[in-house]
Design a binder for this molecule. Structure first.
Ligand code: SAM
Ligand code: SF4
Length: 343
């Protein structure tokens, strides 16, 4: 390149519907120390380790996305904090916080948060989403099929003490936690945590009847409105995401609703997902994907191959998902578990 010329910045990631992709969700493992009934089967077979991207490969993929304009990365799984040496990846990704990246965050079940909270803060993480579906020890056992409730509570406390802002994510389950949700909201808001409720989605076989687990969130919202004053927050989501938020006057806290089944949220979707095997899924609810692992492992010029793969992915990002959960006998809409794609 002649002196005095600056390198052309690679094109930003804009899909064929004009949505600019600025948010990457990256699954770093399909493994987990829990077996939540709506997420996994009791006896899951996990992917062979050789199929997973190495931490270095995950870093290379993230670097490519950041070069193309991704400003927020959420690390997820499976349970991200059970992956060996995962802090190396957080530290590597954190280096970009001085450059193109604006936010580095994760979604976790908090079983290992007590151990990692301070290191996460050091790496540059400021907020975490913690998945917690109940405050009842016995119910926690029933929903997660294993897991140490006290350890999770200690993890949440350690996260807050280290300075992490915590949002509690709760999947609404008709027969397990639906009646407990107001108490959970009070608990979260008393501690200064936002909370988001999620409708159960038909992803992967779990050995449970999804139709039986499912409760539409408008039912829960109606119940909350009988009890409290809910005021819609102006923007759908500060991150162009799928949550709609309200402020509850009596608790002073924020509550989000993610309603993929009863209310389609795709129009403003600015996100893309990479699995722990290096597949880009352009939509959580569809099977189309582009394989980054092949680009990384088989090309002489991995950077150019990754860029070409990203371009292919953008052309293929669909306008919307097509979930439905309206028949009791229904097979999962997708054969892929959330733990593989990354929730
Ligand atoms: N293990 C971490 C955790 O639980 O936070 C991260 C991965 S988990 C797959 C991410 C999120 O997906 C969690 O909030 C979980 O409750 C949610 N999730 C998993 N399966 C789901 C399903 N079938 N429908 C709706 N949400 C689901
Ligand atoms: Fe594990 Fe998260 Fe799935 Fe629960 S929701 S089984 S914690 S990956």
């Amino acid at each position: 390149m002649p002196d005095g010329h600056t390198a052309l910045k690679p094109a930003q990631l804009t899909d064929s519907f004009g949505r600019e992709i600025s948010y990457l969700r990256m699954s770093v493992t399909d493994r987990c120390d829990l077996r939540c009934t709506y997420c996994m089967a009791e006896h899951m077979s996990f992917l062979p380790k050789k199929d997973l991207l190495s931490l270095e490969e995950l870093q290379t993929v993230a670097d490519a996305f950041i070069r193309r304009g991704v400003r927020k990365i959420r690390v997820t799984g499976g349970e991200p904090l059970v992956r060996k040496d995962i802090m190396d990846l957080f530290n590597g990704l954190g280096q970009h916080l001085d450059g193109g990246l604006e936010e580095l965050t994760l979604t976790t079940n908090a079983t290992q948060l007590e151990t990692h909270a301070e290191a996460l803060v050091k790496a540059g993480v400021r907020r975490v989403n913690v998945s917690l579906d109940t405050l009842d020890r016995a119910m926690f056992q029933q929903i997660t099929r294993r897991g140490d409730f006290d350890k999770v509570m200690r993890g949440i406390e350690a996260g807050a003490a280290a300075g992490l802002r915590i949002k509690i994510n709760t999947v609404a389950l008709r027969h397990q936690n639906a009646g407990e949700i107001p108490r959970m909201i009070e608990w979260a808001h008393e501690r200064g945590h936002d909370m988001t409720l999620i409708e159960v989605m038909p992803l992967g076989l779990t050995g449970e009847d999804r139709y039986d687990q499912y409760i539409p969130l408008f039912e829960i919202r109606d119940e909350l409105e009988r009890r409290w004053t809910l005021a819609d927050e102006p923007s759908r989501d500060t991150n162009g995401g799928p949550s709609r938020y309200v402020r509850i006057a009596e608790t002073g806290g924020r509550l989000g609703f993610i309603t993929p089944l009863t209310n389609n949220f795709c129009a403003g979707c600015n996100r893309i997902r990479v699995t722990c095997t290096g597949r880009i899924y352009m939509c959580l609810g569809q099977d189309d994907h582009v394989d980054l692992r092949a680009a990384l492992r088989e090309s002489d010029d991995p950077q150019a191959a990754l860029d070409a793969a990203l371009d292919r992915a953008l052309i293929a990002k669909p306008e919307r998902h097509d979930f439905a959960i309206d028949r009791p006998d229904q097979a999962p809409a997708l054969d892929r578990h959330m733990s593989v794609t990354g929730g």
